[in-house]
Design a protein around this ligand. Structure first.
Ligand code: NAD
Ligand code: TYD
Length: 395
């Protein structure tokens, strides 16, 4: 997306220094699909704060994972609009693209939880594959100009490191262009959507960029994923479920760093290119859980269940559990100068603090029927074979 240079700082500018050159002289209309979810809501906030010359339209179905509450306290609410809708609904997508003169799509809407994809894969195929296809078709139609597709538009697709499958302990980090080897229904559905996006660039000339990111953590993450689950369960003195031996390895990235990477790619990334985005760390799951326990000890030293480490409970492993992910992020660092600003220790500490101060937001989720049903479905009876439900010491 090349917008030229300009000085388009408006009165509602937030987080932008006066006199700082912005690369987008005209007002842009950015559609963020999945903008009411974890990364989407952080990205909407980040974009509104960083750029005064954008209008942001969040398009989100509000599944269990999405909430208008995630979009509270936006830095420039006058430049944001929420539209509830399904990415699989072609007529609704056509309407939102036309009515809001969308020139940039940041596609985050997805079913995103691996464990749910194992229990019920159907929604993953529908939203992640058919939804992406629907959005691509709608964009292709909306952005058709007299001489083919408009060059001043951008379709940015947000993907995951999970499309590459599991690495062995000594495998080098995966670089862009490596073969895909997805192993869960979630990863397979994301891989399919990536292929579709690239096919639309090759076949129709759609100006696309793709980012593949590692595990995100930070504010507004739905507490079914490891980091918020451990924070919330630990604060309540509930068992902290660690799958298998807990020695699986993920690369962890604070969500704000992911948002900054997406914006850098939108502004300066090469059209048609894929960029890996990761935090450059390789802790085991057990190390992440133990780090969170130490942070909870510091915050709640007098808790009856302290030390929180005693709550760690090894439970039956996830079927097909990928052992390790690791991304080579040389390209985004060398080409765009992006680097993560949050170290893992600081990022986890800030995240624990955020959850500790977000009781009402959490309570609304924890009291929901869907959340209770999911926790029961995923964890009841999932012990380590001893069947007494008692916490375990680390192996
Ligand atoms: P999330 O589950 O928190 O949010 C997904 C959002 O999409 C929700 O607001 C939901 O309501 C919306 N949505 C779901 N189905 C929809 C549909 N049919 N139509 C419109 N909206 C729909 O997910 P997240 O963690 O914020 O992930 C966002 C994107 O980033 C996903 O594409 C995911 O694959 C990708 N990603 C996530 C991570 C991570 O660690 N969370 C890492 C890499 C990539
Ligand atoms: P998760 O947050 O679900 O992300 P992903 O599956 O996309 O990596 O899980 C992160 C890691 O933590 C993963 O290896 C599975 C593991 N995990 C547990 O050990 N216990 C849990 O209760 C959950 C939800 C995940």
């Amino acid at each position: 997306m090349s917008r030229g240079d300009g000085e388009a700082i408006g009165p509602d500018s937030v987080g932008v220094r006066r006199g700082q050159a912005l690369s987008w002289p005209g007002v842009q209309h950015v559609l963020v699909t999945g903008g009411a979810g974890f990364i989407g809501s952080n990205f909407v906030r980040h974009l509104l704060a960083a750029r005064a010359d954008v209008r942001v339209i969040t398009y989100d179905l509000l599944t269990y994972a999405g909430s208008r509450e995630n979009l509270r306290d936006l830095p420039a609410p006058g430049r944001h609009l929420f539209v509830q809708g399904d990415v699989c609904d072609r007529a609704a997508v056509d309407r939102v693209l036309a009515e809001h003169a969308i020139d940039t799509i940041v596609h985050l809407a997805a079913e995103s939880h691996v464990d749910r994809s194992i229990v019920a894969p159907d929604a993953f195929i529908r939203t992640n594959v058919t939804g992406t296809f629907t959005l691509l078709e709608a964009a292709r139609a909306a952005w058709r100009g007299p001489a083919g597709l408009r060059p001043d538009v951008r379709f940015h697709h947000v993907s995951t490191d999970e499309v590459y499958g599991a690495l062995a302990p000594d495998d080098p980090p995966v670089a862009e262009g490596a073969a895909y080897a997805p192993r869960s229904p979630y990863a397979a559905s994301k891989a399919a959507s990536d292929h579709l996006v690239r096919a639309y660039a090759t076949t129709y000339g759609l100006p696309v960029t793709v980012s593949s990111c590692s595990n995100n953590y930070g504010p507004y993450q739905f507490p079914e994923k490891l980091v918020p689950l451990v924070i919330v369960s630990g604060a309540l003195g509930k068992p902290l479920p660690v799958y298998g031996d807990g020695r699986q390895i993920r690369d962890w990235l604070h969500v704000e760093d992911h948002c900054a990477a997406i914006l850098a790619i939108l502004e300066r990334g090469r059209v048609g290119e894929t960029y890996h985005v990761g935090g450059g760390n390789q802790p085991t799951n057990l190390e992440v859980v133990e780090a969170l326990c130490a942070l909870l000890d510091a915050r709640y030293p007098a808790a009856a269940h302290a030390p929180h480490r005693s709550l760690i409970t090894f439970v039956a492993d996830r079927p097909g559990h990928d052992r390790r992910y690791d991304l080579d992020c040389t390209r985004i660092q060398a080409e765009l100068g992006w680097r993560p600003r949050h170290g893992l220790a600081d990022g986890l500490a800030a995240t624990v603090a955020w959850y500790a101060s977000s009781g009402a937001w959490l309570a609304a989720i924890r009291d929901s029927d869907d959340y209770r049903r999911w926790i029961a479905l995923n964890y009841d009876g999932r012990d380590d074979g001893r069947g007494d439900g008692r916490p375990r010491e680390a192996p």
